[in-house]
Design a binder for this molecule. Structure first.
Ligand code: NI
Length: 157
């Protein structure tokens, strides 16, 4: 496995819409492993492929309950609304308040090509929405309120 270079806000790759993944193979699984290693190394709770320079629809998340990999994720339903603080590995030391759905249903493909559906609430739902935004070229700073610089707060996504 390898620690990958993180793309930082200002990099064009973070503003592009990602391509759906068509081929699910060992090479993709290797990339997912590297994304996870990179996320853990930098103490993130989520990472999307554009953050490591790839314009493809792949996400890795771990909000503390184990690793989740989402290939070609699609949020199918959203319920409720919550405002909470967010950060991002691609926007170091900046935090802001983002309104997100409190509960979502997400369809995705596993690393072995199975299409699945999951429900998520609160922090996990927030993280999935943040990562899906990355796949659409949206950063949390594009939609956050009360942006602030903090060096020791929250979990970066
Ligand atoms: Ni992020």
């Amino acid at each position: 496995m390898a620690i990958l270079n993180l793309e930082i806000a200002g990099s064009p790759v973070l503003k592009k819409k990602c391509e759906p993944i068509k081929k699910i193979d060992a090479r993709l699984r290797h990339l997912l492993d590297d994304m996870a290693e990179t996320m853990y190394k930098y103490n993130g709770i989520g990472i999307a492929a554009p953050q490591i320079g790839k314009n493809i629809c792949a996400v890795v998340i771990d909000v503390g309950d184990g690793k989740i990999e989402l290939i070609n994720p699609v949020i199918k339903s959203r319920e409720g609304s919550e405002i909470d603080s967010e950060g991002c590995l691609s926007v170091p030391e900046i935090f802001g308040d983002v309104e997100r759905a409190a509960k979502i249903t997400c369809e995705y493909t596993t690393r072995y090509g199975k299409r699945r559906t999951m429900e998520a609430e609160h922090l996990l739902a927030r993280c999935i929405q943040h990562e899906c935004d990355h796949l659409n070229g949206v950063l949390f700073i594009d939609i956050a309120k009360n942006l602030r610089r903090e060096t020791d707060d929250d979990d970066a996504k």
